[in-house]
Design a protein around this ligand. Structure first.
Ligand SMILES: NC(=O)c1ccc[n+]([C@@H]2O[C@H](COP(=O)([O-])OP(=O)(O)OC[C@H]3O[C@@H](n4cnc5c(N)ncnc54)[C@H](O)[C@@H]3O)[C@@H](O)[C@H]2O)c1
Length: 329
């Protein structure tokens, strides 16, 4: 299939081209995000391949449909960037990569917990300046903590398994509890989860129900000094309120790999620009906040799986008009 690949970086090009030897698609790589002002690039492409920050809005989808696009495949598990109702209206099939490597995101989550928990980000900067003082770098041990895992799907389950080696108490919350999780964690109700977790890590998708799930109403119920990790989707947190609760100490530590307005910033080198987003700029001033740019997925293993599944999604659709990894509203 002739496929327009948007938001393509060097690592996407490398892994997709390597695996395309088997599939033989005609791949055209475009570095910009798919958005109203770039959608013209996709004209005449039956296949459009996107990533987490491409704006597959109703207007973009209408334009794609009018110019021959039949399938949109995202190189991600999450698909909240795609207006599924519009895709259905215009007869465009949408597919995703349901599970490319829960290990990648889980291990990154653990890395964030350990980095902030042991102040490795500060130690790294100190020693680079020949400052070998360790006062102020006191950390904590996970065996003394209760960790709450919110969402026990593929990634949440892996986080729980990985955490189990540290000897911490693990609480789990999900609308659909999973038997396998009960070996390592206890499912509790929402109020118990909020009240007892020292560390909360979010592993649910972004839906209307989970949008700003940590907000002005819910944050006060958490433990004082709670450590929050978000590697799922930025809009699970109400960033303005999170800043307020960081300032008053309710949130003691925050690690985020995702940010609700990341589409305008992440995956770009803006180091020579004046910061224009006050919330993001403010977040980056806190010594107890760690921000990474949506990279929890970025391992060699995951890139391999993403490339194989994405190219396979297009091939299956081209062959049969169906796709097992199709997502619907
Ligand atoms: N940072 C990254 O690089 C990266 C990479 C992959 C995935 N993700 C994010 O991680 C999320 C989780 O991925 P996954 O593969 O584990 O998904 P999954 O679908 O396997 O699991 C999600 C779990 O969340 C639960 N859930 C949904 N709504 C809920 C609610 N309102 N309350 C409680 N639980 C709820 C579901 O029941 C399910 O068990 C994705 O949606 C995506 O947003 C981020």
């Amino acid at each position: 299939m002739k496929i327009a690949v948007f938001s393509s970086k060097s690592y996407d090009r490398h892994s997709l081209m390597q695996h395309n030897a088997v599939f033989g698609h005609e791949l055209h790589f475009f570095e910009p995000r798919l958005a109203p002002d770039t959608v013209a690039l996709a004209r005449g492409f039956p296949g459009v391949c996107v990533f987490v920050n491409d704006a597959c809005t109703a207007a973009v989808i209408e334009d794609l449909a009018q110019h021959g696009t039949k399938m949109i495949a995202t190189r991600s598990a999450g698909y909240n960037q795609i207006d599924l109702a519009a895709a259905a209206r215009y007869g465009i099939t949408v597919a995703r990569v349901p599970a490319y490597s829960p290990n990648a995101v889980s291990e990154f989550t653990l890395a964030l917990i350990l980095t902030l928990g042991r102040k490795i980000h500060k130690a790294y900067n100190r020693t680079r300046e020949f400052n070998f003082e360790i006062a102020g770098l006191e950390g904590f041990e996970l065996r003394d903590k209760t960790v709450g895992v919110f969402g026990t799907g593929k990634i949440g389950q892996m986080v729980i398994r990985n955490l189990s080696g540290f000897g911490c108490r693990i609480l789990a919350y999900d609308q659909y509890p999973n038997e396998a999780v009960k070996q390592y964690a206890s499912y509790v109700d929402g109020p118990t989860f909020a009240r007892e977790a020292d560390i909360i890590t979010l592993h649910c998708p972004l839906t209307p129900e989970t949008h700003h799930i940590l907000n002005e109403q819910t944050l006060p119920y958490l433990k004082d000094g709670v450590f929050i990790i978000n590697t799922s989707r930025g809009a699970l947190l109400d960033t303005g309120k999170v800043l307020q609760f960081l300032k008053n100490g309710k949130i003691g530590l925050l690690a985020i790999d995702v940010y609700e307005e990341e589409a305008d910033y992440f995956y770009r080198d803006l180091s020579d620009k004046v910061p224009t987003n006050d919330e993001l700029a403010r977040l980056l001033t806190f010594p107890n906040v760690l921000v990474t740019s949506h990279m929890a997925f970025l391992t060699d293993h995951a890139l391999r799986n993403i490339a194989e599944t994405t190219l396979g999604n297009f091939a299956e659709f081209e062959r049969s008009g169906q796709c097992a990894n199709q997502v619907r509203e």
